[in-house]
Design a protein around this ligand. Structure first.
Ligand SMILES: Cc1ncc(COP(=O)(O)O)c(C=O)c1O
Length: 311
């Protein structure tokens, strides 16, 4: 259950958590017409800092553009609102959820005349797949569900409706005793987890599916690729056959929620040595060092919520 915070941002104003309600006949409730983001704010020695705020705002603006939604706010205004949201709720580490959707008005499928409502909330959130998962790895399956085909639901947009597919993948995995499912794309190649991008390591080289494999362009995916290049680990974006998962030395997920989570088995087949591998561990070290503020933020990925105090 969510623990409420004090305020939610709505169309430029802060309102009480309990007042952030919508009509049941809003377009979004009936047709899933929303675009949103999931963003983490981390606790650092310099106070709370939002991870890759600019990139998340850009993806939300991109998602809205794909769905012909006019947000009515500049990227800067949206970014400032998120920083302010963390401040007014006096949060330290938290999860931030901005969402834009077609609101109440017409009830037909065409939502072009419905108002676009934007809300932003934040709350405390721990490790998505569990603290232990980061060190030990998780047990996952290949889903019987396929990711959406190209030119059906645009995978590059982070749209609410896409998560109907994610729900099928996730529920099936949980019911069958796994932590997560890996979906294949419509051609049968590896795509991604229900809420994570995936990386496959073999012979010291990192492979990840390209954007054309129905994956969300993950911000953490980009961070992993960037950190790996910084560390001189070869990386390649390429189609990955399913069976490559079983013979990999390491497989791991990336995502805002999952951060960098190793996978220790897939379909009950042990991956590598059956625990976190050295490449996932080295990437975690860099990633957690950076977001924890103990390693230099060389790429400027942290947006501090409070202005730095003069020395
Ligand atoms: C389907 C899907 N793929 C990948 C990701 C990872 O993206 P990011 O690293 O931007 O959180 C997410 C999470 O948002 C997701 O929902």
């Amino acid at each position: 259950m969510l623990t409420p915070t004090e305020k939610i941002w709505h169309n430029g104003k802060f309102i009480r958590w309990d007042d952030a309600t919508i009509h049941v006949l809003s377009h979004v409730v009936n047709y899933g017409s929303s675009v949103f983001e999931g963003i983490r704010c981390y606790s650092t020695p310099g106070g709370p800092a939002i991870f890759r705020l600019g990139e998340h705002v850009r993806r939300m603006v991109d998602s809205a553009k794909i769905y012909r939604m006019e947000l009515g706010y500049t990227s800067e205004q949206l970014a400032d609102a998120m920083l302010e949201l963390v401040r007014v709720n006096s949060m330290d580490a938290c999860y931030i959820r901005p969402i834009a959707f077609r609101g109440f008005g017409d009830i037909g499928v065409n939502g072009l005349k419905n108002p676009i409502d934007i809300y932003m909330g934040c709350w405390n959130w721990g490790k998505y797949l569990g603290e232990e998962a980061l060190a030990e790895g998780v047990d996952v399956c290949v889903s019987s569900w396929t990711r959406m085909a190209p030119n059906t639901f645009p995978a590059l947009a982070k749209a609410g409706a896409n998560y109907m597919n994610s729900q099928l993948i996730k529920m099936e995995a949980i019911i069958n005793g796994y932590s997560e499912g890996i979906a294949l794309d419509v051609a049968g190649y590896v795509s991604e987890g229900s809420g994570e991008n995936i990386f496959v390591v073999r012979d010291g080289r990192i492979h990840t599916p390209p954007l054309g494999a129905s994956v969300l362009p993950g911000i953490t995916r980009d961070s992993v690729l960037t950190l790996a290049r910084d560390m001189n680990i070869p990386v390649v974006e390429t189609i990955i056959p399913r069976e490559m998962l079983y013979i990999a030395d390491e497989v791991f997920f990336s995502g805002t929620a999952a951060e960098i989570t190793p996978i220790r088995s897939i379909d009950r087949i042990t991956v590598g040595k059956g625990r976190r591998g050295p490449i996932a561990e080295a990437l975690q070290h860099e990633f957690f060092g950076l977001i924890g503020g103990t390693r230099p933020d060389t790429h400027g990925w942290l947006s501090h919520v409070h202005a730095a105090q003069p020395a």
